[in-house]
Design a binder for this molecule. Sequence first.
Ligand SMILES: Nc1ncnc2c1ncn2[C@@H]1O[C@H](COP(=O)(O)OP(=O)(O)OP(=O)(O)O)[C@@H](O)[C@H]1O
Ligand SMILES: [Mg+2]
Length: 378
Amino acid sequence: MSDTHSRLPAQRPAPAGAEPLLKLSGLEQVFDTKKGKVPAVGGVDLEVRPGKVLCLVGESGCGKTTTARAAAGLTRPTGGTVAFRGKDVAGMNSAERLAYRRAVQYIHQDPYAALNPTRTVFSTLTAGLRRHKQVRSKAEARQKASELLRLVDLTPPESYLDSYPHQLSGGQRQRVNVARSLAMNPELLICDESTSMLDVSIRVSLLNTLGRLRDELDVGFLFITHDLAVAKYFAWDGEIAVMYLGKVVEHGPTPEVVGDPQHPYTKALIGAVCEPDPDLAKANRAASGLRSADIPSLTALPSGCAFHPRCPAFEPGLCDDAAPPLIRLGDRPAAPGAADGRRLACHVVARDRGRAPSHDPAVTASDTGTPRGAAWSA
Ligand SMILES: Nc1ncnc2c1ncn2[C@@H]1O[C@H](COP(=O)(O)OP(=O)(O)OP(=O)(O)O)[C@@H](O)[C@H]1O
Ligand SMILES: [Mg+2]
């Protein structure tokens, strides 16, 4: 085992039991555009714990990247809070902010765009270490870079150190990006569609490497994908949060969400994505009963539940009145250090299961059931 490998966990603060690494509370992001206000994220509550995976899934434009960028401190949210190890990022002093920005690393979708084409792998991997004077000589820097490459299964490292990005495959480039983030000794990796541009076998191989980092280095993951099959593979021991038009509509342990989806939108996503046979996937999509293929515009959101114009379970007067809050399903207590049970935002399922939102202690301040347009125009 390499020096970096064994050193990483020991350098961190001790795991704080149930304390989340990252906590998003009522996160909102409204963009001001020429066409008006775009409420991209509308009150999201999420937590990631050390060494755990939270997978954020949903269609294009539902707000995954916007949520992730706010979580990484790359943008300032217009509402709600981002807390790292219990500390509100907005209130951090410069030293705390620096530590947070190093502990939370963001890995982009496009491995080529994220790398400087004029830098070798060695230069890319060690730029931060040299800037922060964490290496004293070129020999030490090469040794560190080699350790990082071994961590991401690019071996032998000598074959890659002096390569430029254009000399690497897409999978190798993404591994270099991951290695660069590991140089910062991160506690949380935010992977934004980081495997989606890769061929299937290369994607699986990279997912396996990331899984090893999670297990051996105790790195937590906010893992973003539009592909439920990838979520199922990578986050089987973790959680899935399903987003629709800026809100979480279903959230819980992966096997439960994938194996027994409750929200009509989750059911439709699973029908569309998890079937490798395209003919069967098409049949599943038809069987999901979506009433319309069109996703409403964020600037003209439907009243009540934003999914209601597409929803096969739509009931007039119930679904188009107030937005459904995210409520806890069932009474099973959460396991220590795990997600706070299973949650769902659907009027029909809540009623059928006898879970009136007003009786649920899990309803938070951001889940007031206020019609979304009204909340944002206030
Ligand atoms: N800077 C911005 N200004 C205005 N609107 C924006 C901005 N960034 C994102 N949006 C809008 O916010 C919504 C959410 O975008 P976001 O990129 O978070 O979605 P996503 O779920 O990551 O989608 P994808 O799967 O395509 O990456 C979209 O409607 C997008 O057009
Ligand atoms: Mg995105």
